[in-house]
Ligand binder design. Structure first.
Ligand code: ATP
Ligand code: MG
Length: 448
């Protein structure tokens, strides 16, 4: 593969030799003769690899290294030092150099060092791309109500500490998203965030998922496996649905929270890690403690800081903005022209009680976008249940109101027709209506 390599070297003879060798290997080579010219060439050429002499006029090599590392953490940099100046090379490695070679160098050795450095650079870039892609799969947490703003303010403060956080709130209120956000706001943001769902697995599998296992610990454990606690070392572990964790594992988790140490399943050696714990549940944990389903000592360990996400019906002022964000997202995903929500439909969305909270709103909008062909989303495009509305919520919600009235009319007509043995004349008498009006209604409301 052809790479673009920048050589910053003030000794013209060495630079020429390097250029020849690198070009023979099939690379494109750019050279610069001092630190200043090197920095400029780096900006201009965006090389895949930098070969950097440490003794340079104008801006010295170590400063060039520092300046480039500030903005380009991924590009591999191999420093070149004279024999007997290993201390300088070590210093350069501390400043972020990928590797070093000493002059004069052997071509084979140069090849190996370069190949390794290039591979590392590519991997780093790949990780950065994947990480960005992963991040973009999650929504940005929106919080336009004062209730949510309060929660977020506290969340941002605790994010800076290592304290255990317990997230409470109904299903779909955003606990998962908030846990990820706390990690992203914390100094641990460049380490891993690992989520474990405590209901999805059996107790044995969950224990192994969390703490790992040794080879032969149970049937099927054919090799040692590190658990998520170990993999997340330095980062954050998110224990979702903690309220459903079985008592045996609760005891092991308690030990971990007390000492930050655990044994792998079937292991005898204690493993110590530095992991921040965030737990979430939509259950009433205090109730679970009272009923004996959840250990009270574990509850207290988890409940160092607790944040409760209010249900969507208690922060209806956020609905229009959330609805518009989801509308935009799903229009883009479905490759449809940007739609708008009619004022009436928005009124209805704001009045609806949203038992499934933000997730339900998101789903309702996705469904409307997928099924809609026009550009204005109307109340009937949302398949919301009119029966879920309380009478006062129905006020002003015209379409829903009419639907409900029609439904009632149909029931009354059906009942009257049944009592009249199917005779429309008799049914009209029973209802005190003109016979012609009754037939019109029957047709209009499609009564069968
Ligand atoms: N404030 C918000 N801004 C933007 N999107 C949100 C917000 N709150 C929730 N969402 C979205 O709503 C959906 C549900 O949120 P999330 O999964 O975090 O809920 P949860 O509280 O973990 O629910 P459950 O208890 O059912 O696991 C997600 O797709 C999330 O991205
Ligand atoms: Mg969740």
């Amino acid at each position: 593969m052809r790479h673009r390599i920048l050589v910053i070297e003030d000794d013209a003879d060495i630079a020429t030799v390097l250029r020849d060798r690198l070009e023979t290997m099939g690379n494109e080579v750019v050279t610069a003769i001092d630190g200043q010219a090197g920095l400029e060439a780096f900006e201009r050429e965006a090389p895949n690899l930098l070969l950097l002499d440490l003794e340079l006029p104008k801006v010295n090599g170590m400063d060039v290294l520092r300046r480039i590392r500030k903005n380009s953490p991924e590009v591999p940099i191999v420093v070149m030092t004279a024999h007997g100046t290993i201390a300088r090379a070590v210093e350069a490695m501390k400043e972020g150099a990928t590797d070093f070679i000493t002059k004069p160098f052997d071509t084979d050795y140069l090849k190996i060092v370069m190949a390794k450095a290039l591979e590392r650079g590519e991997l780093k870039q790949e990780v950065a791309v994947l990480r960005a892609e992963l991040d973009s799969r999650y929504e940005t947490l929106q919080a336009s109500s004062s209730k949510m703003a309060d929660v977020l303010q506290t969340a941002k403060k605790v994010a800076l500490s290592d304290s255990t956080v317990l997230l409470l709130g109904e299903s779909g209120t955003g606990k998962d998203l908030l846990a990820r956000s706390i990690h992203a706001w914390s100094p641990r943001r460049n380490k891993l965030f690992m989520a474990v769902n405590c209901v999805a697995l059996t107790e044995e599998l969950l224990e192994s998922e969390l703490f790992g296992h040794e080879k032969g610990a149970f049937t099927g454990a054919s090799a040692q496996k590190r658990g998520k606690m170990e993999v997340a070392d330095g980062g954050t572990i998110f224990l979702d649905e903690i309220g459903d964790m079985r008592p045996g594992l609760q005891a092991k988790l308690l030990r971990f929270l007390q000492n930050r140490e655990f044994d792998r399943v079937g292991g005898t050696q204690t493993v110590k890690v530095n992991v921040r714990v965030i737990a979430a549940t939509n259950r009433d944990l205090q109730q679970a403690v009272k009923s004996g389903a959840f250990r009270s000592d574990l509850f207290f360990r988890l409940n160092v800081v607790n944040l409760t996400l209010p249900p969507l019906r208690e922060r209806t002022e956020e609905i229009p903005e959330l609805a518009r964000t989801f509308l935009k997202k799903y229009c883009q995903e479905a490759k449809k022209p940007m739609m708008q929500i009619s004022p009436q439909a928005m009124k209805m969305l704001t009045a609806y009680p949203w038992p499934g909270n933000v997730r339900e709103l998101q789903n309702a909008i996705e469904r409307a976008v997928v099924l809609k062909t026009g550009e204005i989303v109307m109340p009937e495009d949302f398949a919301l249940q009119p029966m879920d509305l309380t009478p006062e919520q129905m006020e002003g919600v015209d379409r829903q109101f009419h639907d409900a009235v029609d439904h009632q009319k149909r029931l009354i007509l059906k009942r009257a027709l049944a009592r009249a043995g199917g005779s429309q004349t008799r049914a009209a008498e029973l209802l005190g209506l003109q016979r012609t009006y009754l037939s019109r209604l029957i047709k209009q409301l499609d009564v069968t």
